[in-house]
Design a protein around this ligand. Structure first.
Ligand code: C2E
Ligand code: MG
Ligand code: MG
Ligand code: MG
Length: 281
């Protein structure tokens, strides 16, 4: 990241920090117009139910096609949106868009959207969700909210209240990136999550590191005891899928099953395969 400079020039850390701060401000200004400029879009990555051999739904992942910088990943622009408060608008756009896609896709397909901790500051999000579901005429149980453990211990005190309200509306809530945050077991007791998503770092290493395999097996067992669903993230190889099948994991997600795809690609796939069956499984 260090800027190229003339030989002998002393490069202070502040210099590069300034540059990145300027860069962030520029991106933030561009992001303010991204929705109206139609530069944001969602891609959808499938969930596969291992036992049924069927796709049960998709995770919606946000993308930004910047007019000059090209495709910008959410890991870059979501933090900027969170700091600037733009995440509220973005998050509402994501929910409306997801509901529109749900109205076009079969009733047994769900869409999961990612939530930022900052969005728990805005109680108005509940009304947005109610309205978006009603306008699209979509059953609430087809919309899932993904939150991470760290969001539950963050400074946003209203998080549990909003989560309970979402569950009362009939939405499902998944605990994302499970195992990478803190004190997850306490929250599993307090909040009726529908699903746990085991973080991809555990899946990546489970076939080479016995400790990792032990953790994956235990989390699957824990979910079963709690009678909630369990999803393995980041499944990339057939061996990983086979191991997860043997350990009775419910659902898998990852490049092996499908990369994130455009809404029209998914629509075409669903049209050609009304059973959503996946024979590779
Ligand atoms: P996440 O929710 O944990 O999403 C999973 C990420 O892993 C996605 O990256 C996905 O493309 C990637 N992935 C899926 N399968 C595989 C695999 O087999 N191998 C590997 N190596 N990676 C895989 P992506 O799309 O870049 O999103 C990154 C993060 O950005 C997401 O992590 C989520 O936290 C956040 N994000 C994405 N869309 C939104 C959004 O609409 N709102 C909010 N608040 N955050 C979002
Ligand atoms: Mg997620
Ligand atoms: Mg995740
Ligand atoms: Mg993640």
């Amino acid at each position: 990241r260090a800027k190229k400079s003339a030989p002998g020039t002393i490069c202070f850390f502040e210099a590069s920090d300034d540059r990145s701060a300027r860069d962030r401000r520029a991106l933030q200004r561009d992001l303010e117009h991204a929705i109206e400029a139609d530069e944001l879009f969602l891609v959808y990555q499938p969930f596969l139910d291992i036992r049924k051999g069927r796709v049960t739904g998709f995770e919606a992942l946000l993308r930004w096609q910047h007019p000059t910088r090209g495709l910008i990943p959410p890991t870059v622009f979501i933090p900027i949106a969170e700091e600037s408060g733009l995440i509220h608008q973005l998050g509402e756009w994501v929910i409306r868009r997801a509901c529109t896609m749900l109205s076009r896709w079969p009733d047994d397909i769900r869409i999961a959207v990612n939530f930022s901790a900052v969005q728990f500051q805005n109680v108005g999000i509940l009304q947005t969700i109610v309205d978006a579901l009603a306008e699209a005429n979509v059953a609430p149980n087809r919309l899932e909210i993904e939150i991470t453990e760290s969001m539950l211990i963050s400074k946003y005190g209203s998080a549990p209240a909003i989560l309970h309200a979402l569950l009362e509306l009939g939405l499902t809530v998944a605990l994302d990136d499970f195992g990478t945050g803190f004190s997850s077991l306490t929250y599993l007791r307090k909040l009726p999550f529908s699903r746990i998503k085991i973080d991809q770092s555990f899946i990546r290493d489970m076939l080479t590191q016995p400790d990792c395999a032990a953790i994956v097996k235990s989390v699957i067992g824990l979910a079963q005891e709690l009678r909630i669903g369990v999803v393995a993230e980041g499944v990339e190889t057939a061996d990983q899928l086979e191991y997860l099948r043997q350990t009775s994991c419910d659902e898998v997600q990852g490049y092996l099953i499908g990369r994130p795809m455009s809404g029209s690609e998914i629509s075409a796939l669903l049209d050609h395969n009304p059973q959503h069956s996946v024979h590779a499984a």
